[in-house]
Structure formats: C-alpha cells, structure tokens
Write a protein that binds this ligand. Sequence first.
Ligand SMILES: [Zn+2]
Length: 109
Amino acid sequence: MAVKCTECGAAVHDDSKFCRYCGAKIMQDETVEVKKHEYRFETINHAKIRKEELKAEKEIAKAKANVEWLEQWRKCNEEDRVDNRLQTIGAILCIILPFALIIYLITTL
Ligand SMILES: [Zn+2]
C-alpha cells in the first residue's frame, strides 16, 4: 500500500518512516488520527477557555454594575440624610419659633 507524502505529495510505501523524495516524516494513519484528536482537543479547549473568559467578563461587568449601583445608592442615601437633617431643623424651627413668639409676647405685654 502506498500513501501520499504530506510534504511533496509523492507516493511512498506506507511502512516507510520518511519520504524518500523529500525526506519528510511520513505520517501514518495513527499519527494523523492522533493529530486530529489533538487538534480537536485543542479546539474544544480553546472554546472552553473562551467560554470561561466570556463568563469571567460577564461577572466582572456585573460586579462593576453592582459597585456603580452601590455608589449611587450611597450618594442618594447621603443626600437623603442631608434632606432629613434639613427637614428636622425646619420642623424644630417651626415648633420653636411660634413658642418663642408667644413667650416674647407674654413677657413684653
Ligand atoms: Zn515527500
């Protein structure tokens, strides 16, 4: 049986290890199968790695969004706190001022 040299295409005997025309290593069917297997394995691995990378990227994006949301929430909370303080001061003034006015009126009359 003859096989084709993968380098020069010449027909060489299938049990020869090297091509007698160009000296290239003759790939036996098994070698080709192993190569195919390796290639497929690599391709699958690459796909897996890419998938993991995409997953990681998504996780990072999610985490970033979470941090942004948290920061915004914190900012809103701070603004709320300032608002609350102002409201409290306003309420206290609203109660104290009329009292002060009444006391002032009582004491001066
Ligand atoms: Zn050859």
